[in-house]
Design a protein around this ligand. Structure first.
Ligand code: PLP
Length: 358
């Protein structure tokens, strides 16, 4: 049994939100995990503290030069137990992101232990309704107050917990409308597209707003060099069903390596589907649509798990996929995925990690 980490109790607990109106990322639990770094001590003072405002220097480097990375994962409750879904993958990835921004890496096992203890304290906050979960947001940012352009000498990690509703509001999968962005790009090879850094989102917002103004839900990004090859969608990776085979863009350095993407590939193979990871051009997709070979399109990410795409707009053409309905393979993968996550199906790979009672 691991040692218990320091726990700073708050005076009054908050009132819990109405479970039928959770939305996403609106409510936060009573506590958060906190971990500090400075150049002399390294990472130190891992503790559970009351959720609330923090004080930072107005010169904190994150505010000026954007050294900030984050993660997102979920906890589920079933039969009184709380599970995390593949949490080690997230901590492996946060270290990958930290390394890319020249920020200090963290002991992954220690971080997982801290998260388990935090979630244990907050287990009453994990919602139990269909599709509901506790969304977990770890993030790290530069805190040193100095305007010189160099890596910060101090950082803070926090993990916030946010009870969240079903992405589809309890309904079945809803196809989305996607705008293929042909002006702006999200990332380039050699850049930070493969890391989960805050700035990638800052760079994406304008295109997202423009797409929304035209009635589209999300942006599909093309590669940053030729603007010809498909990369990913908003905060999701993307899959196509072509001639019954699953096809997804290969990880090329500018695409974010999604954990849902990885899990879907593993799951699809186990279910007997062929999966190809390769370059996919937007022209190939339009042609495959015209010939009838392209039958399904869906995005994958922690928030929605799977999000079917019903319409794709590229230049002056809008194509409708599978009659704007959720396809058979999309539906099957979704059911298998959430079945394992929610504890309804067996978990032979050990993706669910139980949160112990400390
Ligand atoms: C987080 C993220 C994803 C999805 O990753 P998951 O690990 O599946 O949640 C995809 N693209 C971008 C840009 C992301 O930030």
């Amino acid at each position: 049994m691991s040692e218990k980490i320091k726990f700073v109790q708050r005076e009054n607990l908050k009132e819990k939100p109405d479970p039928s109106d959770l939305g996403f990322g609106k409510y936060f639990t009573d506590y958060m995990l906190s971990f500090d770094y400075d150049i002399d001590q390294g990472w130190h003072d891992l503790q559970i503290v009351p959720y609330g405002p923090i004080e930072i220097s107005p010169a904190a480097q994150v505010l000026h030069y954007g050294q900030a990375v984050f993660e997102g994962l979920k906890a589920y409750k079933h039969e009184g137990e709380v599970d995390l879904f593949r949490p080690s993958e997230n901590f492996k990835r946060i270290n990958h992101s930290l390394a890319r921004l020249d920020m200090p890496e963290i002991d992954e096992a220690l971080l997982l232990e801290g998260l388990k203890q935090l979630v244990d304290v907050e287990r009453d906050w994990v919602p139990e309704g269909e599709g509901q979960s506790l969304y977990i947001r770890p993030f790290v940012f530069a805190t040193e107050g100095i305007l010189g352009v160099r890596p910060s000498y101090s950082y803070k990690l926090l993990i916030l917990l946010s009870p969240s509703g079903s992405y589809y509001g309890g309904a079945s999968l809803q196809p989305t409308k996607i705008y293929v962005e042909d002006e702006y790009v999200r990332a380039v090879r050699g850049g930070v597209g493969h890391a989960k850094v805050a700035g990638n989102y800052a760079a994406s917002l304008l295109a997202q707003t423009n797409a929304a103004d035209q009635g589209y839900d999300q942006v599909l990004w093309l590669d940053g060099v030729e603007q010809k090859y498909v990369e990913e969608v908003g905060s999701m990776n993307i899959f196509f069903v072509e001639n019954g085979k699953l096809v997804t863009p290969e990880l090329n350095g500018s695409i974010l390596p999604g954990i849902t993407r990885k899990t879907i590939i593993e799951l699809a193979k186990k279910l007997g589907y062929e999966v190809e990871e390769r370059r996919v051009s937007i022209d190939e997709l339009i042609e495959a649509h015209n010939s009838g070979a392209l039958t399904e399109v869906f995005g994958t990410g922690t928030a929605a798990v799977i999000s079917p795409v019903g319409k794709l707009k590229y230049e002056d053409t809008e194509i409708v996929i599978n009659n704007n309905e959720t396809g058979e393979i999309t539906q099957k993968l979704y059911e298998n995925y959430i079945g394992i996550q929610s504890g309804k199906l067996d978990d032979p790979e050990g993706w669910r990690v139980v949160v112990p009672r400390y």
